[in-house]
Design a binder for this molecule. Structure first.
Ligand code: BGC
Length: 552
């Protein structure tokens, strides 16, 4: 990263110019967002036509979405970016379900060690432990899990006493059937050895067999597909499942006739629809349209997968804290005079990935607390705290004007209102506590600068997320870039999951503001974004049900 040197006659003005320059690097014009969607549509087209493209557009072999009447009890195993979950899901058939789960953290050693250890000693052992915990009645573990379910006729416990399990595997996998698929690459800090190119279902099944577990992995599903299916189950329909969490990605319902790369495969001949896992985290790995700043370039260079997952690195929870950390370090290191914290840093700030996106979320929540609500913005249905999510974002609007005129608090802190001062005081405390910097080195102005840095990073992430959602609306004929099409449905249902969309203040509001600009208010107002509750567990269960019905 280019070190920042202020002009010798350093003054408020020179500093202000520097902050404005950084802000300009992060702000995206409407035109830029249009260009990004244009490129996105092109990459969708290419990915649907040929294999081996970064945006993989993976056919999932899921050829329908549930309507909420499905029933049955299933095991689900969910390997995401941060946690491993083992669940028992009971689909009740009335759009409702119950779920019992255990969550485990995945250590860095497991993420980067041998795949046989990850799958054998960890995944299989966790399922074993789950099945033998006292809270699971022995009958649950031993019983045919479909007793009384719509799938009961289709499995015969005499022939196959194994418990069916759906695996949610939140990494790129080239699927060849509902229960088969080769790992294409790792993302989100995973790099387990001897996994790429292997069938993930086989890796897991071998681990179960080695441990003599009576469990059969019948279906493989990406978390985005899980989100899509689970929202469809609870809402009665859904066109897109999207994750905005540790990583980002989307799965949507595509016409089979558009999936040219399936060629003459029998599934293509039967027509209809199929869920496509876009793997949009890899959009524009060449960064020809993505708005890289020096802070992004540094992140990319030092990441475990330089030049891969470009889009994800602008958007997802794994990376936003790191981009912010890069900005703050530049301000600490500015010469001849540091611009924040009297030039003091800390091991948290010095450590690679030392700032968690959750800290950004706390800072924004402290700033937003008590601010007036914007009735125009719909909350994410089922999100953790919709109140936080409905307040008007104090960030540059996508058309280059400001949503609200925001004073540059960091250059004019002395002019801030008493309420703003109170909020900045709170942020000072958070910074000192969570960045481990002595309070005496954190001024109110520093607090305002940190809040500003956090918000420009998060705002850009939300704007880019809107581009991905808009692309799916346009691709499926529900919208036109710039507006002008009214979808046939009154309600275009989208299922979402992930810590950013669920907890990050205003992420949804910011996303919707850009979506409105991209596809017009008529379409945006019909888009119903709701949490895909327990998407990974419920989605895996629904896929397992579909697999069993197909005799897999
Ligand atoms: C993975 C996707 C996944 C997404 C969200 C990305 O890093 O490549 O498969 O859906 O994260 O978890």
């Amino acid at each position: 990263m280019i070190p920042i040197t202020l002009p010798k006659t350093s003054s408020e003005d020179a500093e202000r110019t520097l902050f404005d320059t950084i802000e300009a690097q992060f702000s995206l014009s409407d035109e830029k967002l249009h260009d990004i969607v244009g490129q996105f549509l092109e990459d969708f087209r290419v990915g649907l036509s040929e294999y081996n493209h970064p945006m993989a557009m993976i056919p999932t072999f899921v050829t329908g979405v549930p309507n909420g009447s499905e029933t049955g009890t299933f095991l689900a195993l969910d390997l995401g970016g941060t946690n491993l979950r083992v669940c028992e899901v009971k689909l009740l058939g009335n759009h409702e379900f119950t779920l019992r789960q255990q969550k485990y953290k995945v250590s860095d050693a497991l993420k980067t060690g041998e795949a046989s250890v990850l799958f054998g000693n960890y995944l299989a052992d966790s399922v074993d432990a789950f099945l033998t915990t006292p809270s699971v009645s022995p009958t649950t573990a031993a019983q045919n899990p479909f007793a009384g379910s719509s799938a009961i006729d289709e499995i015969n416990p005499e022939v196959d006493p194994a418990l069916p399990l759906g695996l949610t595997f939140s990494f790129p996998v080239e699927q060849t059937a509902l229960n088969q698929g080769k790992i294409l690459t790792w993302t989100k800090g995973f790099a387990a050895k001897n996994a790429i190119g292997h069938d993930v279902v086989q890796l897991l099944q071998d681990a179960f067999n080695r441990k003599h577990l009576h469990v059969r992995c019948v279906a493989l599903v990406n978390d985005t597909v899980g989100a899509l299916l689970s929202r469809a189950y609870t809402a009665g329909g859904c066109i897109l499942g999207a994750i905005f969490g540790t990583g980002t990605n989307g799965a949507y319902v595509e016409k089979v006739e558009n999936i040219a790369k399936l060629g003459d495969a029998p599934v293509r001949k039967s027509g209809g629809e199929m869920v496509i896992n876009a793997e949009w985290g890899a959009f524009n790995n060449t960064r020809s349209v993505l708005p890289s700043t020096p802070f992004d370039n540094k992140l990319n260079r030092k990441s475990i997968n330089p030049r891969y997952q470009a889009f994800e690195k602008f958007i997802s929870g794994m990376y936003l804290g790191e981009i912010t950390r890069n900005i703050l370090l530049t301000l600490i290191d500015a010469a001849p005079k540091p611009l924040i914290f009297n030039g003091f840093s800390s091991s948290t700030l010095n450590d690679h990935y030392g700032i968690d996106t959750a800290i950004m979320s706390e800072i924004e929540a402290a700033w937003e607390a008590g601010r007036p609500q914007d009735a125009h913005v719909k909350p994410v249905e089922g999100a953790h705290d919709p109140v936080l999510d409905t307040s008007a974002p104090e960030v540059p609007h996508t058309n280059g004007t400001k949503a609200k005129e925001v004073p540059h608090h960091f250059t004019e802190v002395d002019k801030a209102s008493p309420e703003d001062v109170a909020r900045l005081e709170k942020i000072r405390g958070i910074i000192s506590q969570l960045f481990f910097i002595d309070l005496e080195h954190v001024s109110l102005r520093d607090a305002a600068i940190v809040r500003w840095a956090v918000s420009i990073v998060a705002n850009r992430a939300a704007q880019l997320s809107a581009c991905a959602v808009a692309t799916v609306l346009i691709q499926t004929g529900r919208a036109k870039l710039g507006g002008g099409i009214i979808p046939a449905e009154d309600r275009v249902i989208v299922g979402v999951d992930g810590s950013l969309i669920q907890y990050y203040p205003n992420f949804n509001a910011r996303l919707r503001a850009s979506l409105r600009m991209l596809v017009g208010e008529d379409v945006e107002s019909r888009v119903d974004i709701g949490m895909a509750k327990d998407g990974s567990g419920v989605g895996a269960a629904l896929c397992a049900l579909q697999a069993i019905k197909q005799g897999l």
